[in-house]
Design a protein around this ligand. Structure first.
Ligand code: NDP
Ligand code: 2IT
Length: 449
């Protein structure tokens, strides 16, 4: 295993996030490789860490002042053993190859866990939608799609949203795809309801994260009702995680963005959450404005020099990180445990650093890694693909019911695999092993391709 990690470091120099994700999976699946030497012989893990295809391209566009702008575009087609490449686009200035490869790698196992036939991919750009006009975002999305469309298709590669890519961006991307192909197909998910989207897709990641937390709590005969919750982020995932916590009778104390966080001791009510949704989705404002509107809340700006995030240093029962990777460091994890948090269900992808994960595992709290707990989003994307193929639209209740069943099944797959390999209650090993075995079996059946 040491040799394998060394090989990965040599082949992917400086790709810290990607190497972090690979190291965790490799560690978890070691006992599977010991039990199945045929996976080693067929170099299944070595093949999994090499994307099937990496697409890099130029995205030229013109801003509102008539100036030419150039961004870089990416699509990582990681693994198609169990279905077409599937995974979101991220538009954020921090986007680079390492981040998209880690996200594509995680997506492979996540998608395998969903029970649906989807391979893994991820893409995006270092474009920053913040502060751009709708017209600028449209021109950028059109330019982006005018290059990547040739690699996409409903049976080839089906992107969706992620950070910085929501309903507006999916609309512009879909419009250009349809024009270039002269074809109306389910090539992107997260579409509007009027043009092939699925009910519950906007809610799905946040809801799924909370359904997963409820499943974990149920193993201890507990429920979310009455529990206090810390949520980070205030985008798509955070908003609907908060909505589901409220529906299940929990209390949400915090929300954040990359500038700072609000702590509302009285709890974020339905009315206040409606305001956050308007602030973030319509006005595209900052979370700081929440504390200006509701003076009972306290706003704290992020201070990286502090070495920890004070959001994670409040007394609470549950924590739902829903912003970005590595947002919980070792000190944050220790603070959470010291503050009585005993449920962590990740809405974001890889929000906890490896040392933080170890602190959760050592303290035996109920800890769900993102690839299990945030799989609700891509699951409903899979259901959107199904509805597109059937040319049917299911009701809200039907899709939500499916989502609940899928989250339940992911939970039992994790428990089952963790038990089978001698680490009961370890959802990290459970998720990695269950996802890996499904993809490995498909790769073995298909030969060396
Ligand atoms: P959004 O763009 O809707 O929201 C992202 C939120 O996280 C914003 O509040 C943003 O603040 C904050 N954020 C982003 N980057 C940072 C950073 N570097 N530091 C602190 N805060 C940050 O994205 P989503 O809600 O869709 O995605 C959130 C997470 O969930 C990501 O990790 C994503 O990969 C994951 N995810 C998303 C799914 C989906 O269906 N959308 C599915 C599964 C996982 P600001 O506005 O200041 O940038
Ligand atoms: O990380 C993720 O699972 C997503 N951003 C959603 C992917 C999808 O295809 O819906």
């Amino acid at each position: 295993m040491k040799e394998f990690i060394k090989m990965c470091e040599e082949c992917n120099p400086g790709e810290v996030e990607f190497l972090q994700a690979v190291a965790e999976v490799a560690e978890s699946v070691k006992p599977v490789l010991d039990k199945h030497p045929e996976y080693r012989t067929a170099k299944v893990l070595e093949r999994m860490v090499e994307p099937e295809r990496t697409i890099l391209f130029r995205i030229p566009w013109v801003n509102d002042r008539g100036e030419v702008q150039i961004n870089r575009g990416y699509r990582i087609e990681m693994n198609s053993a169990i279905g077409p490449y599937k995974g979101g686009f991220r538009f954020h200035p921090s986007v680079n190859l390492s981040i998209l490869k880690f996200l594509g790698f995680e997506q492979v196992y996540k998608n395998a866990l969903t029970t649906l036939p989807m391979g893994g991919g991820k893409g995006g750009s270092n474009f920053d939608p913040k502060g751009k006009s709708d017209n600028e975002v449209m021109r950028f999305c059109h330019s982006f799609m005018s290059e990547i469309f040739r690699h996409l298709g409903p049976n080839t590669d089906v992107p969706a949203g992620d950070i910085g890519v929501g309903a507006r961006e999916i609309g512009y991307l879909f419009g250009m795809y349809k024009k270039l192909r002269n074809e109306f197909t389910g090539v992107l998910t997260g579409k509007g309801l009027e043009w092939g989207g699925s009910l519950i897709r906007p809610e799905a990641t946040g809801y799924g994260t909370i359904y997963f937390a409820s499943e974990m709590l149920a193993t201890k005969d507990e429920a979310l009702e009455g529990k206090t919750c810390l949520i980070s982020g205030s985008g798509n995932v955070a908003q609907y995680a908060a909505e589901k916590v409220l529906e299940l009778g929990g209390k949400v104390l915090t929300l954040s963005d990359s500038s700072g966080y609000i702590y509302d001791e009285s709890g974020i009510s339905r009315e206040k959450l409606d305001y956050v949704m308007y602030l973030k989705n319509v006005e595209r404002g900052r979370i700081k404005e929440y504390a200006e509107k509701y003076p009972e809340a306290v706003y704290t700006a992020i201070d990286p020099a502090l070495g920890y995030n004070p959001l994670w240093n409040h007394k609470a029962d549950c924590a739902f990180p829903c912003a970005t990777q590595n947002e919980i460091n070792a000190k944050d994890a220790a603070n959470l445990v010291a503050n009585g948090v005993n449920v962590v269900s990740e809405g974001a992808n890889m929000p906890t650093v490896p040392e933080g994960v170890n602190i959760f595992l050592e303290n035996k709290i109920l800890y769900a890694p993102g690839k299990a707990s945030n799989a609700g989003g891509v699951s409903v994307s899979g259901l959107e693909m199904t509805q597109n193929s059937l040319r049917l639209s299911w009701t809200r209740e039907e899709v939500d019911d499916y989502l609940k069943r899928i989250m339940k099944s992911i939970h039992s797959a994790c428990i089952g695999a963790a038990d089978e390999y001698g680490t009961p209650g370890n959802y990290v090993n459970g998720a990695n092993i269950a996802g890996f075995v499904k993809v490995a079996k498909a790769m073995m059946a298909q030969g060396i391709v």
